[in-house]
Design a protein around this ligand. Sequence first.
Ligand code: WTA
Length: 656
Amino acid sequence: MTDDSLSSHLHEMDLSPDPAFTEQANGTAAMYDEAAADHEGFWARQARERISWATDFDQTLDWSEAPFAKWFVGGTLNVAYNCVDRHVEAGNGDRVAIHFEGEGGDTRTITYADLQREVSKAANALESLGVATGDRVAVYMPMIPETVFTMLACARIGAPHSVIFGGFSAEALHTRIADAEAKVVVTTDGQWRRGKPAPLKAAVDAAIHHGEDESPVEKVLVVKRTDTEVEWDDSRDVWWHDLVDGQPDTHEAVPVDSEHPLFILYTSGTTGKPKGIFHTTGGYLTQAAYTNAVVHDVHPESDVYWCTADVGWVTGHSYIVYGPLANGATQVLYEGTPDTPHQGRWWELVEKYKVSILYTAPTAIRTFMKWGDDIPAKSDLSSVRMLGSVGEPINPEAWLWYRKNIGGGKAPIVDTWWQTETGGIMISPLPGVTTLEPGSAQKPIPGISAEILDDDGNPFTEAEKVGYLVLTKPWPAMLRGIWGDPERYKETYWSRFGPKYYFAGDGAKYDEKGNIWLLGRVDDVMNVSGHRLSTAEIESALVSHPSVAEAAVVGAADETTGQAVCAFVILRGDAVDNGEETVQELRGHVAKEIGPIAKPRQVMIVQELPKTRSGKIMRRLLKDVAENREVGDVTTLADSSVMNLIKEGMTSGSSD
Ligand code: WTA
C-alpha cells in the first residue's frame, strides 16, 4: 500500500466500537468517571472484587513515604491461592488452564485441578530443598508448564522468584543470581530451539562457578526436557522427576502481607548494571487481573487467550501467569519459535485451540507481514475476536495488516503501553469503549493518570508538540523499588521532574483528538538542527513504504546539525534493491511523510537488524556503525554475527 492510500484508507475506516462487542465488554465508559471521581476508591473496589483476601486491607494507599508506595495496607493474601485454588473451590477445576504445545508437537492439557496438584507438589519440593518465605529462587527455563508451576509454587511459599530469560548467557545469569542472592535455581537440561536441543543447565553451572565468588546457590532443581547430557553435582543438583513427582499433591497456601515481594525482574538501565525491578503482592495482582479483564477483555468461561511473550519478560509474568490465571482464564502456552517447523505454526495453533484473544508484539507482526499474507490465510482464524500489541509503538501499516489478516477485518486492537516498572498495562484503548486510532496507545486506562511535560517540567496539551511522558499518581502494580538500591530507584524514576512525577523515559505527544502517541525512549529521541525527532516516527514512515519490511533509525552525531538521522532498512522479499535509486526514494519518502527535516542523512539497506532475544532492536550498536566506531558489546544480541553481516553487506547512500 502506498502512504497516500494508507492514510486515506485509515481515514475512511470506521474504528468506533462495534455495539455487539460493547454489549459484552468487561470495560465500560463509566469506569473512567468512577476512577477520576475517587482514585483510591476505584482501586479498592478492583482489589476487593477481583482478588480473594485472607484478611481485608484497612488502608488502600499509604504514600506517606513517597516514592515508596504501600497498597492495600494490612491486607493478606496468597497469589497462588488466587490463581489456582479458588477456581477449583468455585467448581471450575475441570476448566483448562493451559493448553501446552511443545515445539515438537507434544501437548499437555492442564486443568485448574491439575494445576493445583502440580503447584502443590512443586511447593512441597521447594520447601524440602530449604526454600522458606522470603528466600529468592532463580528460574532459568524455557516456555514449558513446569515454569508456570515453579513461579506459582514460589508465590505459594512467599519466596520471590527471579525469572531470567532462557536466552541470557551464563554471565548475565551470574550477575542476576548474585544480586538477588538466590538460594535455589530451577532450570532444565536443555531447551528446544528450531528443532534442536540447546543446553541450558550448562549455563547455570558456569554461573555458579564464576570466578572467585562464593555462590549463594545451594540447590539446582532440573527438569528433563531435551535429554541433553548434563554435568552433575550430587550434593547440589536434583532432578525434578526424582523430587517433585513423588511429593504430596496438596499444600497449604500461606497468606502473606499485601506488600510482601512477589518477584524481582531484571531489566537494563542506562548503566551497565541491570536493575532488579521488584514487585509486591496485592497491588500487582489486582492490576494484572483488572487489566487482563478490561483491556484484553478476557471472559474466562468462553475465551481462549494466547499471549506469545516469553515468561522471562514482564509480559509473560503479568499476562501469561498472574493476570489470566487470577481471572481463571484458559490459555495457550507455546514453547517454540513462530517458524518451526514452518512459518504458519502460530496460525495453525490459533485454529487448533480456537484462540479468541491474541496478544503479541509489533516486531512479530512485521515479521509475519514480511513472510506474506498467504501464510495466515491457510488457517481458519475465525475464532479471533480481540487483538493486542505490546513492546513498542505499532506502526499503522502493521496495525492494518494485523487487523485484516489476523483479526478478520473487525477485531479491536489494543496497543498497550507499559513497562517492567509499571507491572501492568497503563495506557491503552478499552475494547468496546474507545474509538481506535492506529499507531496510538491513546489514553491512560481508568485508574491511571499520565501527562506530557516539556523540558522545564511543565505539563502541556498542545497537539503535535513532543515532550516526556510522566505518571502523576501512584498505581497498584508500580515497582516498589530496585532490589537493594533504593537510591537508584529515586534517582532513575523520581528526580528528572521532581518527586511528583514518575518519569517513564519515553517521549510522547498528543494528536488533535487528545490521543497519546508514544515516541520511543527519550534516549532514542533525536535533536536535528534544534528539532526534536523521534526514531519511532521515522521508522513508521519508512515501514509505510511498500518496499520496506523493517526499519531502525538512530541519531548519529553530526557536525552541522547536532544529530543526523541514519536509517537501517530491510527490504521486503518481493522488493527490488536498486541501490542508490532505492535509497533516494526512501529518503524522499520520509521527507514527504514527516517533513524535510526528518529526511535521513543515510539509508543503509541491510539483511538483518541487531536484536536482543526479546526482539528489541539494539540501536546503540547501529549508532556505532552510523558513527563509524568500533561496534560495542554484542553479548545480549540474539545472534552476535548480525553486526558483521550489517557492516559487510551494507548498501549505503548519503545525503545530497
Ligand atoms: C516501550 C514491556 C510504545 C516503551 C511491557 C517502554 C512501548 C518500554 C509500548 C518498556 C507501546 C512498551 N507503545 N512503546 N505499546 N509498550 N513500549 O520494560 O519504550 O520491556 O518504556 O516492558 O517499551 O519495555 P519493557
